[in-house]
Design a protein around this ligand. Structure first.
Ligand code: VGL
Ligand code: ZN
Length: 239
Protein backbone atom coordinates (compact mmCIF):
# COMPACT_ATOMS: atom_id res chain seq x y z
CA UNK A 1 0.00 0.00 0.00
CA UNK A 2 2.78 2.35 -0.93
CA UNK A 3 0.44 4.68 -2.76
CA UNK A 4 -1.98 5.16 0.08
CA UNK A 5 0.84 5.62 2.56
CA UNK A 6 2.26 8.37 0.37
CA UNK A 7 -1.16 9.98 0.28
CA UNK A 8 -1.30 9.80 4.05
CA UNK A 9 2.04 11.56 4.26
CA UNK A 10 0.91 14.33 1.96
CA UNK A 11 -2.68 14.78 2.90
CA UNK A 12 -3.05 13.60 6.47
CA UNK A 13 -4.29 10.46 8.14
CA UNK A 14 -7.81 11.65 8.95
CA UNK A 15 -8.88 12.02 5.32
CA UNK A 16 -7.43 8.64 4.47
CA UNK A 17 -9.27 7.13 7.42
CA UNK A 18 -12.52 8.45 6.01
CA UNK A 19 -11.77 6.82 2.67
CA UNK A 20 -10.79 3.52 4.28
CA UNK A 21 -13.90 3.48 6.46
CA UNK A 22 -16.34 3.98 3.61
CA UNK A 23 -14.37 2.15 0.97
CA UNK A 24 -15.24 5.01 -1.34
CA UNK A 25 -13.51 8.17 -2.39
CA UNK A 26 -14.26 10.77 0.26
CA UNK A 27 -15.45 14.02 -1.30
CA UNK A 28 -13.59 17.21 -0.46
CA UNK A 29 -11.09 15.38 1.71
CA UNK A 30 -8.44 18.08 1.66
CA UNK A 31 -8.82 21.10 3.94
CA UNK A 32 -6.10 23.64 3.12
CA UNK A 33 -4.41 25.19 6.15
CA UNK A 34 -1.81 27.76 7.08
CA UNK A 35 1.13 25.75 5.71
CA UNK A 36 -0.50 25.29 2.29
CA UNK A 37 -0.24 27.63 -0.68
CA UNK A 38 -2.23 27.83 -3.91
CA UNK A 39 0.01 28.66 -6.86
CA UNK A 40 -1.85 29.96 -9.90
CA UNK A 41 0.33 29.57 -12.96
CA UNK A 42 0.31 31.96 -15.94
CA UNK A 43 -3.39 32.77 -16.33
CA UNK A 44 -2.50 35.49 -18.82
CA UNK A 45 -4.17 36.89 -21.93
CA UNK A 46 -1.62 35.27 -24.29
CA UNK A 47 -2.60 31.80 -23.04
CA UNK A 48 -6.39 32.03 -23.39
CA UNK A 49 -8.43 31.95 -26.61
CA UNK A 50 -7.58 35.02 -28.66
CA UNK A 51 -4.03 35.09 -27.30
CA UNK A 52 -0.83 34.46 -29.26
CA UNK A 53 -0.12 31.11 -27.57
CA UNK A 54 -3.70 30.18 -26.76
CA UNK A 55 -4.24 27.00 -24.77
CA UNK A 56 -7.47 25.25 -25.85
CA UNK A 57 -10.28 26.19 -23.43
CA UNK A 58 -7.70 27.98 -21.27
CA UNK A 59 -10.34 30.49 -20.20
CA UNK A 60 -12.36 27.70 -18.54
CA UNK A 61 -9.91 27.53 -15.63
CA UNK A 62 -10.70 31.07 -14.49
CA UNK A 63 -13.98 30.50 -12.59
CA UNK A 64 -12.63 27.26 -11.12
CA UNK A 65 -9.49 29.00 -9.86
CA UNK A 66 -11.43 32.00 -8.55
CA UNK A 67 -13.56 29.63 -6.47
CA UNK A 68 -10.69 27.42 -5.27
CA UNK A 69 -8.65 30.44 -4.18
CA UNK A 70 -11.22 31.12 -1.45
CA UNK A 71 -10.12 27.90 0.26
CA UNK A 72 -6.53 29.13 0.63
CA UNK A 73 -5.08 31.72 3.00
CA UNK A 74 -1.87 31.79 0.94
CA UNK A 75 -2.12 32.48 -2.78
CA UNK A 76 0.69 33.13 -5.26
CA UNK A 77 0.19 33.95 -8.96
CA UNK A 78 2.84 33.79 -11.66
CA UNK A 79 3.33 35.66 -14.91
CA UNK A 80 5.39 34.47 -17.84
CA UNK A 81 7.36 37.67 -18.50
CA UNK A 82 9.61 37.65 -21.53
CA UNK A 83 11.83 40.29 -23.06
CA UNK A 84 11.06 41.31 -26.66
CA UNK A 85 12.96 38.89 -28.94
CA UNK A 86 13.26 36.33 -26.12
CA UNK A 87 15.32 33.20 -26.90
CA UNK A 88 12.19 31.00 -26.47
CA UNK A 89 10.50 32.75 -29.43
CA UNK A 90 10.75 31.08 -32.85
CA UNK A 91 11.01 34.58 -34.30
CA UNK A 92 14.43 34.93 -32.62
CA UNK A 93 15.87 31.97 -34.56
CA UNK A 94 16.42 32.25 -38.30
CA UNK A 95 14.65 29.51 -40.26
CA UNK A 96 12.70 28.20 -37.25
CA UNK A 97 8.95 28.15 -36.74
CA UNK A 98 6.80 27.77 -33.63
CA UNK A 99 6.91 24.28 -32.05
CA UNK A 100 10.32 23.52 -33.62
CA UNK A 101 13.08 23.07 -31.07
CA UNK A 102 16.67 24.19 -30.68
CA UNK A 103 19.55 23.15 -28.49
CA UNK A 104 20.36 25.77 -25.86
CA UNK A 105 23.26 25.70 -23.38
CA UNK A 106 20.76 24.51 -20.73
CA UNK A 107 19.17 21.81 -22.93
CA UNK A 108 16.40 21.40 -25.46
CA UNK A 109 14.15 24.41 -25.98
CA UNK A 110 10.77 24.27 -27.70
CA UNK A 111 10.24 27.45 -29.72
CA UNK A 112 6.99 29.37 -29.29
CA UNK A 113 5.12 32.16 -30.97
CA UNK A 114 5.99 35.52 -29.41
CA UNK A 115 4.05 35.67 -26.14
CA UNK A 116 3.89 37.39 -22.74
CA UNK A 117 6.21 40.23 -23.64
CA UNK A 118 6.90 42.42 -20.61
CA UNK A 119 4.43 45.26 -20.19
CA UNK A 120 2.16 44.26 -23.08
CA UNK A 121 -1.60 43.51 -22.79
CA UNK A 122 -0.92 39.85 -23.64
CA UNK A 123 1.24 39.50 -20.53
CA UNK A 124 -1.45 40.82 -18.18
CA UNK A 125 -3.34 38.43 -15.96
CA UNK A 126 -6.76 37.60 -17.43
CA UNK A 127 -9.16 40.34 -16.37
CA UNK A 128 -11.73 37.90 -14.93
CA UNK A 129 -9.13 36.24 -12.70
CA UNK A 130 -10.05 37.30 -9.18
CA UNK A 131 -7.38 36.70 -6.55
CA UNK A 132 -7.79 39.73 -4.29
CA UNK A 133 -5.88 38.11 -1.42
CA UNK A 134 -2.91 36.89 -3.50
CA UNK A 135 0.23 37.77 -1.56
CA UNK A 136 2.84 37.45 -4.29
CA UNK A 137 2.84 37.85 -8.06
CA UNK A 138 6.01 36.23 -9.33
CA UNK A 139 7.39 36.94 -12.78
CA UNK A 140 9.62 34.48 -14.60
CA UNK A 141 11.34 34.04 -17.94
CA UNK A 142 12.70 37.61 -17.91
CA UNK A 143 16.32 36.77 -18.75
CA UNK A 144 16.67 37.22 -22.53
CA UNK A 145 18.59 33.98 -23.13
CA UNK A 146 16.96 31.64 -20.60
CA UNK A 147 13.39 30.32 -20.47
CA UNK A 148 11.57 29.49 -17.25
CA UNK A 149 8.53 27.24 -17.46
CA UNK A 150 8.96 26.60 -13.76
CA UNK A 151 8.01 29.12 -11.09
CA UNK A 152 10.84 27.75 -8.92
CA UNK A 153 13.88 27.42 -11.19
CA UNK A 154 14.79 28.84 -14.57
CA UNK A 155 15.71 26.39 -17.33
CA UNK A 156 19.40 26.60 -16.34
CA UNK A 157 18.53 25.86 -12.70
CA UNK A 158 18.80 29.43 -11.37
CA UNK A 159 16.33 29.85 -8.47
CA UNK A 160 13.57 32.43 -8.95
CA UNK A 161 13.36 32.98 -5.19
CA UNK A 162 9.97 31.26 -4.82
CA UNK A 163 11.36 28.31 -2.85
CA UNK A 164 13.03 30.60 -0.30
CA UNK A 165 9.90 32.76 -0.10
CA UNK A 166 7.63 29.79 0.61
CA UNK A 167 10.07 28.32 3.11
CA UNK A 168 10.27 31.61 5.03
CA UNK A 169 6.48 31.71 5.01
CA UNK A 170 6.50 28.19 6.55
CA UNK A 171 4.68 26.68 3.58
CA UNK A 172 5.03 22.90 3.36
CA UNK A 173 2.62 21.94 0.60
CA UNK A 174 1.63 23.61 -2.65
CA UNK A 175 -1.44 23.15 -4.85
CA UNK A 176 -1.01 24.16 -8.47
CA UNK A 177 -3.45 25.19 -11.19
CA UNK A 178 -3.43 27.26 -14.36
CA UNK A 179 -1.80 27.17 -17.78
CA UNK A 180 -0.44 25.15 -19.34
CA UNK A 181 -0.74 21.75 -17.62
CA UNK A 182 2.08 20.19 -19.64
CA UNK A 183 4.56 23.06 -19.50
CA UNK A 184 4.54 25.69 -16.80
CA UNK A 185 2.23 23.84 -14.38
CA UNK A 186 4.08 20.52 -14.72
CA UNK A 187 7.56 22.00 -14.48
CA UNK A 188 6.54 24.06 -11.46
CA UNK A 189 5.04 21.01 -9.75
CA UNK A 190 8.12 18.84 -10.37
CA UNK A 191 10.40 21.63 -9.14
CA UNK A 192 8.22 22.10 -6.06
CA UNK A 193 9.04 18.49 -5.18
CA UNK A 194 12.76 19.01 -5.97
CA UNK A 195 12.71 22.01 -3.64
CA UNK A 196 11.27 19.91 -0.81
CA UNK A 197 7.55 20.76 -0.91
CA UNK A 198 4.65 18.37 -1.11
CA UNK A 199 2.81 19.15 -4.35
CA UNK A 200 -0.57 18.47 -5.92
CA UNK A 201 -1.85 19.54 -9.33
CA UNK A 202 -5.58 20.24 -9.53
CA UNK A 203 -6.24 18.71 -12.93
CA UNK A 204 -9.59 20.27 -13.79
CA UNK A 205 -8.23 23.71 -12.87
CA UNK A 206 -5.60 23.39 -15.63
CA UNK A 207 -5.64 23.11 -19.43
CA UNK A 208 -2.82 21.74 -21.59
CA UNK A 209 -1.13 22.52 -24.90
CA UNK A 210 -0.48 18.82 -25.71
CA UNK A 211 2.13 19.31 -28.46
CA UNK A 212 3.68 16.00 -29.61
CA UNK A 213 2.41 13.95 -26.67
CA UNK A 214 3.55 16.52 -24.11
CA UNK A 215 0.49 16.14 -21.87
CA UNK A 216 0.93 12.40 -21.19
CA UNK A 217 4.68 12.87 -20.78
CA UNK A 218 4.11 15.65 -18.28
CA UNK A 219 1.74 13.56 -16.14
CA UNK A 220 4.28 10.71 -16.19
CA UNK A 221 7.11 12.95 -15.04
CA UNK A 222 4.91 14.49 -12.35
CA UNK A 223 3.93 11.04 -11.08
CA UNK A 224 7.58 10.00 -10.96
CA UNK A 225 8.41 13.13 -8.97
CA UNK A 226 5.69 12.35 -6.39
CA UNK A 227 3.23 15.02 -7.49
CA UNK A 228 -0.35 14.19 -6.56
CA UNK A 229 -3.01 14.45 -9.29
CA UNK A 230 -6.25 15.68 -7.75
CA UNK A 231 -9.52 17.37 -8.79
CA UNK A 232 -11.08 20.60 -7.57
CA UNK A 233 -13.83 18.58 -5.82
CA UNK A 234 -11.13 17.14 -3.55
CA UNK A 235 -10.63 20.55 -1.94
CA UNK A 236 -12.98 21.39 0.91
CA UNK A 237 -14.53 24.81 0.36
CA UNK A 238 -15.24 27.20 3.24
CA UNK A 239 -18.91 27.71 4.00
C1 VGL B 1 4.20 28.36 -21.18
C2 VGL B 1 5.11 27.77 -23.18
C3 VGL B 1 5.90 28.89 -23.19
C4 VGL B 1 3.24 28.03 -20.07
C5 VGL B 1 4.97 29.49 -21.15
O1 VGL B 1 2.82 28.97 -19.33
O2 VGL B 1 2.89 26.85 -19.94
N1 VGL B 1 4.28 27.50 -22.19
N2 VGL B 1 5.83 29.75 -22.16
ZN1 ZN C 1 6.90 31.57 -22.18
Amino acid sequence: MLVSRRREFLFGVSAMGAIAATGARAAAAIKPGSTDAFIVIDVQNCFVPGGSLAVGKGDEVVPIINKLARAFANVVATQDWHTPGHASFASAHAGKKPFDSVKMPYGNQVLWPDHCVQGTPGAELVKELSLPHAELILRKGYRPAVDSYSAFNEADGTPTGLSAYLRERKIKRVFLAGLATDFCVAWSAVDARKNGFAAAVIEDACRGIDANGSLAAAWASMKKAGVQRIQSADIAMPA
